[in-house]
Design a protein around this ligand. Structure first.
Ligand code: RNT
Ligand code: ZN
Length: 417
Protein backbone atom coordinates (compact mmCIF):
# COMPACT_ATOMS: atom_id res chain seq x y z
CA UNK A 1 0.00 0.00 0.00
CA UNK A 2 1.16 3.51 -0.73
CA UNK A 3 1.42 6.25 1.87
CA UNK A 4 -1.70 7.85 0.38
CA UNK A 5 -3.69 4.61 0.61
CA UNK A 6 -2.66 4.04 4.17
CA UNK A 7 -3.63 7.62 4.93
CA UNK A 8 -7.11 7.12 3.44
CA UNK A 9 -7.63 4.12 5.64
CA UNK A 10 -6.37 5.96 8.74
CA UNK A 11 -8.62 8.88 7.89
CA UNK A 12 -11.69 6.62 8.05
CA UNK A 13 -10.65 5.14 11.36
CA UNK A 14 -10.14 8.57 12.92
CA UNK A 15 -13.36 9.80 11.37
CA UNK A 16 -15.34 7.17 13.22
CA UNK A 17 -13.93 8.75 16.38
CA UNK A 18 -14.99 12.21 15.21
CA UNK A 19 -11.49 13.35 14.28
CA UNK A 20 -10.75 15.16 11.01
CA UNK A 21 -7.26 14.13 9.90
CA UNK A 22 -7.14 16.58 6.96
CA UNK A 23 -7.69 19.42 9.36
CA UNK A 24 -5.04 18.10 11.72
CA UNK A 25 -2.48 17.91 8.91
CA UNK A 26 -3.28 21.46 7.76
CA UNK A 27 -2.99 22.80 11.29
CA UNK A 28 0.33 21.05 11.82
CA UNK A 29 1.73 22.73 8.71
CA UNK A 30 1.20 26.04 10.45
CA UNK A 31 2.92 25.19 13.69
CA UNK A 32 6.36 26.79 13.60
CA UNK A 33 8.99 25.66 16.05
CA UNK A 34 12.07 27.68 16.86
CA UNK A 35 15.08 25.48 16.13
CA UNK A 36 18.04 26.27 18.38
CA UNK A 37 21.32 26.81 16.54
CA UNK A 38 23.32 25.62 19.56
CA UNK A 39 22.74 21.88 19.06
CA UNK A 40 25.07 22.14 16.08
CA UNK A 41 28.26 23.02 17.93
CA UNK A 42 27.69 22.17 21.60
CA UNK A 43 26.79 25.81 22.50
CA UNK A 44 30.29 26.96 21.50
CA UNK A 45 29.48 29.94 19.25
CA UNK A 46 32.05 32.07 17.46
CA UNK A 47 33.05 34.83 19.83
CA UNK A 48 35.33 33.08 22.31
CA UNK A 49 37.53 30.04 22.62
CA UNK A 50 36.87 29.17 26.26
CA UNK A 51 34.68 26.43 27.72
CA UNK A 52 30.92 26.46 28.09
CA UNK A 53 30.07 28.02 31.45
CA UNK A 54 26.96 28.99 33.38
CA UNK A 55 26.17 25.67 35.02
CA UNK A 56 25.07 23.99 31.80
CA UNK A 57 26.95 21.11 30.26
CA UNK A 58 27.32 19.26 27.00
CA UNK A 59 28.72 15.76 27.26
CA UNK A 60 30.08 13.59 24.49
CA UNK A 61 32.64 13.86 21.77
CA UNK A 62 30.92 12.83 18.57
CA UNK A 63 33.07 13.87 15.62
CA UNK A 64 32.11 16.44 12.99
CA UNK A 65 30.78 19.35 14.98
CA UNK A 66 30.43 22.68 13.19
CA UNK A 67 33.40 24.95 13.80
CA UNK A 68 32.64 27.89 11.54
CA UNK A 69 29.52 29.87 10.61
CA UNK A 70 29.53 28.25 7.15
CA UNK A 71 29.65 24.75 8.62
CA UNK A 72 26.90 25.54 11.09
CA UNK A 73 24.72 26.98 8.33
CA UNK A 74 25.31 23.91 6.16
CA UNK A 75 24.35 21.64 9.03
CA UNK A 76 21.22 23.66 9.80
CA UNK A 77 20.26 23.39 6.13
CA UNK A 78 20.77 19.65 6.17
CA UNK A 79 18.61 19.29 9.26
CA UNK A 80 15.87 21.56 7.90
CA UNK A 81 15.74 19.56 4.68
CA UNK A 82 14.67 16.54 6.73
CA UNK A 83 12.19 18.30 9.00
CA UNK A 84 8.67 18.83 7.64
CA UNK A 85 7.16 22.33 7.61
CA UNK A 86 8.49 25.86 8.06
CA UNK A 87 10.29 26.89 11.19
CA UNK A 88 12.23 29.67 12.88
CA UNK A 89 15.89 29.81 13.75
CA UNK A 90 16.87 30.48 17.35
CA UNK A 91 20.22 32.25 17.69
CA UNK A 92 22.36 33.12 20.67
CA UNK A 93 24.43 36.30 20.86
CA UNK A 94 27.68 34.33 20.97
CA UNK A 95 26.97 33.30 17.37
CA UNK A 96 27.85 36.79 16.14
CA UNK A 97 29.87 36.64 12.93
CA UNK A 98 32.87 38.97 12.86
CA UNK A 99 34.58 39.91 9.66
CA UNK A 100 38.41 40.00 9.79
CA UNK A 101 39.54 42.07 12.79
CA UNK A 102 36.08 43.35 13.62
CA UNK A 103 35.64 41.71 17.00
CA UNK A 104 33.13 43.36 19.30
CA UNK A 105 32.63 42.37 22.91
CA UNK A 106 29.17 41.37 24.08
CA UNK A 107 28.29 44.85 25.28
CA UNK A 108 29.14 46.34 21.89
CA UNK A 109 27.32 43.92 19.61
CA UNK A 110 25.46 45.45 16.72
CA UNK A 111 23.03 44.30 14.05
CA UNK A 112 25.91 44.28 11.56
CA UNK A 113 27.40 41.30 13.39
CA UNK A 114 24.33 39.30 12.51
CA UNK A 115 23.89 40.39 8.93
CA UNK A 116 24.99 37.01 7.59
CA UNK A 117 22.36 35.29 9.69
CA UNK A 118 19.72 37.64 8.32
CA UNK A 119 20.79 36.81 4.77
CA UNK A 120 20.65 33.12 5.62
CA UNK A 121 17.15 33.44 7.09
CA UNK A 122 15.89 35.66 4.30
CA UNK A 123 16.92 33.22 1.62
CA UNK A 124 14.97 30.52 3.44
CA UNK A 125 11.95 32.64 4.33
CA UNK A 126 12.54 32.08 8.02
CA UNK A 127 12.20 34.30 11.08
CA UNK A 128 14.86 34.53 13.78
CA UNK A 129 14.51 34.41 17.56
CA UNK A 130 17.33 35.63 19.76
CA UNK A 131 19.04 35.20 23.12
CA UNK A 132 21.55 37.38 24.88
CA UNK A 133 24.44 35.19 26.08
CA UNK A 134 25.15 35.71 29.78
CA UNK A 135 27.68 32.85 30.02
CA UNK A 136 30.87 31.54 28.41
CA UNK A 137 32.65 34.86 28.92
CA UNK A 138 35.34 36.08 31.31
CA UNK A 139 32.93 38.60 32.83
CA UNK A 140 30.41 35.83 33.52
CA UNK A 141 32.63 33.78 35.77
CA UNK A 142 30.61 34.59 38.86
CA UNK A 143 27.54 36.79 38.45
CA UNK A 144 26.09 38.78 35.54
CA UNK A 145 22.93 40.88 35.82
CA UNK A 146 22.84 40.34 39.58
CA UNK A 147 26.54 40.96 40.15
CA UNK A 148 27.54 42.97 43.21
CA UNK A 149 30.36 44.34 41.05
CA UNK A 150 28.77 47.38 39.46
CA UNK A 151 31.10 47.44 36.48
CA UNK A 152 30.27 43.87 35.59
CA UNK A 153 26.57 44.40 36.08
CA UNK A 154 26.61 47.44 33.81
CA UNK A 155 28.50 45.46 31.15
CA UNK A 156 25.75 42.87 31.07
CA UNK A 157 23.00 45.50 31.09
CA UNK A 158 24.58 46.96 27.96
CA UNK A 159 24.63 43.45 26.48
CA UNK A 160 20.91 43.01 27.13
CA UNK A 161 20.16 46.39 25.54
CA UNK A 162 22.32 45.59 22.52
CA UNK A 163 20.41 42.34 22.08
CA UNK A 164 17.05 44.12 22.07
CA UNK A 165 18.29 46.32 19.24
CA UNK A 166 19.54 43.27 17.35
CA UNK A 167 16.21 41.51 17.93
CA UNK A 168 14.33 44.44 16.46
CA UNK A 169 16.68 44.39 13.49
CA UNK A 170 15.81 40.71 12.92
CA UNK A 171 12.10 41.44 13.17
CA UNK A 172 12.27 44.36 10.75
CA UNK A 173 14.49 42.62 8.23
CA UNK A 174 12.52 39.39 8.24
CA UNK A 175 9.00 40.69 8.76
CA UNK A 176 8.33 38.38 11.69
CA UNK A 177 8.41 39.19 15.41
CA UNK A 178 11.55 38.15 17.25
CA UNK A 179 11.23 36.35 20.57
CA UNK A 180 14.16 37.44 22.75
CA UNK A 181 14.78 35.27 25.76
CA UNK A 182 16.77 36.34 28.81
CA UNK A 183 18.29 33.63 30.93
CA UNK A 184 21.07 34.22 33.42
CA UNK A 185 23.02 31.50 35.21
CA UNK A 186 23.62 33.53 38.41
CA UNK A 187 23.42 31.49 41.59
CA UNK A 188 25.26 30.01 44.58
CA UNK A 189 26.65 26.57 45.15
CA UNK A 190 26.04 26.78 48.85
CA UNK A 191 23.58 28.31 51.27
CA UNK A 192 23.63 32.06 50.67
CA UNK A 193 23.73 34.71 53.37
CA UNK A 194 21.48 37.03 51.40
CA UNK A 195 18.88 35.83 48.94
CA UNK A 196 17.22 39.19 48.46
CA UNK A 197 19.94 41.57 47.27
CA UNK A 198 21.00 39.57 44.19
CA UNK A 199 17.36 39.43 43.09
CA UNK A 200 16.96 43.14 43.72
CA UNK A 201 19.98 43.81 41.51
CA UNK A 202 18.65 41.47 38.83
CA UNK A 203 15.32 43.29 38.96
CA UNK A 204 17.01 46.64 38.54
CA UNK A 205 19.15 45.33 35.67
CA UNK A 206 16.07 44.07 33.84
CA UNK A 207 14.36 47.43 34.37
CA UNK A 208 17.32 49.12 32.74
CA UNK A 209 17.48 46.72 29.83
CA UNK A 210 13.78 47.20 29.16
CA UNK A 211 13.99 50.96 29.57
CA UNK A 212 15.40 51.41 26.08
CA UNK A 213 12.97 52.30 23.38
CA UNK A 214 11.86 49.29 21.35
CA UNK A 215 8.81 48.13 19.45
CA UNK A 216 6.88 45.65 21.57
CA UNK A 217 4.94 44.41 18.58
CA UNK A 218 8.23 43.33 16.99
CA UNK A 219 10.28 42.12 19.94
CA UNK A 220 8.76 39.80 22.52
CA UNK A 221 11.12 39.80 25.47
CA UNK A 222 10.88 36.69 27.69
CA UNK A 223 12.39 35.75 31.00
CA UNK A 224 13.42 32.13 31.63
CA UNK A 225 13.55 30.82 35.18
CA UNK A 226 15.60 27.99 36.60
CA UNK A 227 15.76 25.95 39.77
CA UNK A 228 19.46 25.06 39.85
CA UNK A 229 22.61 24.74 37.77
CA UNK A 230 25.86 22.84 38.11
CA UNK A 231 27.78 24.72 40.77
CA UNK A 232 24.63 26.67 41.62
CA UNK A 233 22.78 23.96 43.44
CA UNK A 234 21.55 25.92 46.44
CA UNK A 235 20.23 29.14 44.97
CA UNK A 236 19.44 30.67 41.61
CA UNK A 237 18.67 34.36 41.37
CA UNK A 238 16.19 33.88 38.50
CA UNK A 239 13.90 31.46 40.27
CA UNK A 240 10.43 30.63 39.02
CA UNK A 241 8.65 33.02 41.39
CA UNK A 242 11.04 35.82 40.56
CA UNK A 243 10.65 35.40 36.80
CA UNK A 244 6.89 34.90 36.70
CA UNK A 245 6.28 37.91 38.90
CA UNK A 246 8.76 40.07 37.04
CA UNK A 247 7.27 39.18 33.67
CA UNK A 248 3.69 39.71 34.84
CA UNK A 249 4.47 43.11 36.31
CA UNK A 250 6.58 44.43 33.47
CA UNK A 251 4.75 43.48 30.32
CA UNK A 252 7.13 40.79 29.13
CA UNK A 253 6.61 37.04 28.67
CA UNK A 254 7.43 34.14 30.95
CA UNK A 255 9.47 31.35 29.43
CA UNK A 256 9.20 27.91 30.99
CA UNK A 257 11.90 25.33 30.22
CA UNK A 258 10.73 21.86 31.22
CA UNK A 259 14.21 21.00 32.51
CA UNK A 260 14.06 23.79 35.06
CA UNK A 261 11.73 22.44 37.71
CA UNK A 262 11.78 19.87 40.46
CA UNK A 263 11.68 16.37 38.98
CA UNK A 264 8.02 15.65 39.73
CA UNK A 265 6.77 19.04 38.53
CA UNK A 266 5.53 19.13 34.95
CA UNK A 267 5.31 22.10 32.61
CA UNK A 268 2.25 20.60 30.88
CA UNK A 269 0.28 21.31 34.04
CA UNK A 270 1.63 24.86 34.29
CA UNK A 271 0.60 25.80 30.73
CA UNK A 272 -3.17 26.10 31.32
CA UNK A 273 -2.61 27.99 34.57
CA UNK A 274 -0.34 30.46 32.80
CA UNK A 275 -2.72 30.79 29.86
CA UNK A 276 -5.45 32.10 32.14
CA UNK A 277 -3.30 35.04 33.14
CA UNK A 278 -1.09 35.68 30.11
CA UNK A 279 -1.96 36.54 26.54
CA UNK A 280 1.27 34.94 25.34
CA UNK A 281 3.76 32.52 26.78
CA UNK A 282 7.07 30.95 25.74
CA UNK A 283 8.49 27.46 26.20
CA UNK A 284 11.79 25.65 25.90
CA UNK A 285 11.11 22.01 25.29
CA UNK A 286 13.91 19.72 26.34
CA UNK A 287 14.33 16.36 28.08
CA UNK A 288 15.77 16.38 31.56
CA UNK A 289 17.13 12.96 32.53
CA UNK A 290 17.49 13.01 36.34
CA UNK A 291 18.70 16.61 36.11
CA UNK A 292 18.65 19.49 33.60
CA UNK A 293 20.63 17.33 31.20
CA UNK A 294 19.17 18.70 27.95
CA UNK A 295 18.81 15.36 26.19
CA UNK A 296 17.17 15.22 22.75
CA UNK A 297 13.37 15.58 22.88
CA UNK A 298 11.60 12.24 22.48
CA UNK A 299 8.02 11.39 21.58
CA UNK A 300 7.41 10.72 25.24
CA UNK A 301 4.50 11.26 27.58
CA UNK A 302 5.41 14.73 28.84
CA UNK A 303 6.14 16.06 25.36
CA UNK A 304 2.71 14.78 24.29
CA UNK A 305 1.06 16.36 27.33
CA UNK A 306 2.70 19.71 26.56
CA UNK A 307 1.39 19.57 23.00
CA UNK A 308 -2.08 18.55 24.21
CA UNK A 309 -2.31 21.53 26.54
CA UNK A 310 -1.44 23.89 23.71
CA UNK A 311 -3.78 22.29 21.18
CA UNK A 312 -6.88 21.61 23.26
CA UNK A 313 -6.74 25.05 24.88
CA UNK A 314 -6.63 26.68 21.47
CA UNK A 315 -3.29 28.28 22.22
CA UNK A 316 -1.18 27.50 19.15
CA UNK A 317 -0.92 31.22 18.39
CA UNK A 318 -0.26 32.17 21.99
CA UNK A 319 2.67 29.89 22.75
CA UNK A 320 6.14 30.49 21.32
CA UNK A 321 7.82 27.14 21.34
CA UNK A 322 11.56 26.61 21.02
CA UNK A 323 13.66 23.54 21.57
CA UNK A 324 16.61 23.56 23.94
CA UNK A 325 18.92 20.56 24.03
CA UNK A 326 22.52 19.87 23.22
CA UNK A 327 23.74 16.32 22.89
CA UNK A 328 27.37 15.97 21.82
CA UNK A 329 27.41 12.18 22.02
CA UNK A 330 25.53 11.49 18.78
CA UNK A 331 25.37 12.88 15.26
CA UNK A 332 24.24 16.46 15.90
CA UNK A 333 22.12 16.72 12.78
CA UNK A 334 20.28 13.59 13.73
CA UNK A 335 19.76 15.10 17.19
CA UNK A 336 18.07 18.14 15.65
CA UNK A 337 15.95 16.10 13.26
CA UNK A 338 14.80 13.61 15.90
CA UNK A 339 13.98 16.39 18.38
CA UNK A 340 12.13 18.59 15.90
CA UNK A 341 10.18 15.73 14.36
CA UNK A 342 9.25 14.44 17.79
CA UNK A 343 7.87 17.80 18.81
CA UNK A 344 5.83 17.84 15.62
CA UNK A 345 4.67 14.28 16.23
CA UNK A 346 3.51 15.35 19.68
CA UNK A 347 1.48 18.15 18.11
CA UNK A 348 0.01 15.80 15.54
CA UNK A 349 -0.87 13.31 18.25
CA UNK A 350 -2.64 16.09 20.16
CA UNK A 351 -4.45 17.26 17.03
CA UNK A 352 -5.72 13.72 16.45
CA UNK A 353 -7.39 13.37 19.84
CA UNK A 354 -11.20 13.71 20.02
CA UNK A 355 -10.65 16.51 22.51
CA UNK A 356 -14.29 17.57 22.86
CA UNK A 357 -15.42 14.04 23.46
CA UNK A 358 -12.74 13.49 26.09
CA UNK A 359 -13.65 16.73 27.87
CA UNK A 360 -17.28 15.70 27.92
CA UNK A 361 -16.43 12.38 29.54
CA UNK A 362 -14.47 14.27 32.19
CA UNK A 363 -17.34 16.67 32.84
CA UNK A 364 -19.78 13.77 33.15
CA UNK A 365 -17.43 12.00 35.58
CA UNK A 366 -17.20 9.05 33.22
CA UNK A 367 -13.65 8.33 34.26
CA UNK A 368 -13.71 4.63 33.42
CA UNK A 369 -14.52 5.33 29.79
CA UNK A 370 -12.15 8.29 29.71
CA UNK A 371 -9.22 6.12 30.76
CA UNK A 372 -10.17 3.33 28.41
CA UNK A 373 -10.48 5.67 25.43
CA UNK A 374 -7.28 7.60 26.10
CA UNK A 375 -5.41 4.30 26.18
CA UNK A 376 -7.04 2.86 23.05
CA UNK A 377 -6.30 6.07 21.14
CA UNK A 378 -2.61 5.45 21.62
CA UNK A 379 -2.84 2.59 19.13
CA UNK A 380 -4.78 4.42 16.44
CA UNK A 381 -2.95 4.55 13.06
CA UNK A 382 -1.09 7.69 13.96
CA UNK A 383 2.03 6.73 11.98
CA UNK A 384 0.06 6.65 8.73
CA UNK A 385 -1.02 10.25 9.23
CA UNK A 386 2.52 11.27 10.16
CA UNK A 387 4.02 9.71 7.03
CA UNK A 388 1.38 11.38 4.90
CA UNK A 389 2.20 14.74 6.51
CA UNK A 390 5.92 14.21 5.75
CA UNK A 391 5.11 13.35 2.16
CA UNK A 392 2.92 16.43 1.82
CA UNK A 393 5.81 18.54 3.06
CA UNK A 394 8.27 16.92 0.70
CA UNK A 395 10.47 15.24 3.31
CA UNK A 396 11.09 11.54 3.88
CA UNK A 397 8.71 9.76 6.25
CA UNK A 398 9.53 6.98 8.73
CA UNK A 399 13.24 6.40 9.27
CA UNK A 400 13.95 7.07 5.61
CA UNK A 401 15.61 10.42 6.34
CA UNK A 402 18.44 8.81 8.28
CA UNK A 403 20.26 7.55 5.23
CA UNK A 404 20.81 11.16 4.19
CA UNK A 405 22.35 11.96 7.53
CA UNK A 406 24.69 9.01 7.19
CA UNK A 407 25.64 10.12 3.73
CA UNK A 408 26.30 13.67 4.95
CA UNK A 409 28.38 12.34 7.80
CA UNK A 410 30.47 10.36 5.38
CA UNK A 411 30.89 13.11 2.83
CA UNK A 412 31.02 16.23 4.99
CA UNK A 413 31.24 15.75 8.74
CA UNK A 414 33.96 13.11 8.75
CA UNK A 415 36.23 15.39 6.75
CA UNK A 416 36.14 18.21 9.30
CA UNK A 417 39.22 18.90 11.39
C1 RNT B 1 19.96 26.92 30.54
C2 RNT B 1 18.78 27.43 29.79
C3 RNT B 1 19.08 28.20 28.55
C4 RNT B 1 20.19 27.60 27.72
C5 RNT B 1 20.35 28.19 26.34
C6 RNT B 1 21.62 27.81 25.70
O1 RNT B 1 19.65 26.06 31.53
O2 RNT B 1 17.91 26.36 29.52
O3 RNT B 1 17.92 28.35 27.82
O4 RNT B 1 20.06 26.21 27.59
O5 RNT B 1 20.20 29.56 26.42
ZN1 ZN C 1 16.25 26.78 28.22
Amino acid sequence: MTIAQRYESAKEIYKSMGVDTDKAVETLKNIHISMHCWQGDDVQGFDHKGPLSGGIQTTGNYPGKAGTPEELMDDIDKALSLIPGKHKLNLHANYAIFEEGQFADRDALEPAHFRKWVEFAKERGMGIDFNPTFFSHEKAETFTLSSPDEEIRQFWIRHGQACIRISQFFAEELGQPCVMNIWIPDGYKDVPADRLAPRARFKDSLDRILSIDYDKSKVYVCLESKVFGIGMESYTVGSSEFCINYAANNGILSLMDNGHYHPTEVVSDKIPAMLLFNEKLALHVTRPVRWDSDHVVLFDDETKEIAKEIVRNDAIDRVFLGLDFFDASINRISAWVVGMRNMQKAFLFALLQPNDKLKELQNNSEFTELMMLQEELKLYPFGDVWNYFCEQCGVPGKEDWFEEVQQYEKEVLSKRA
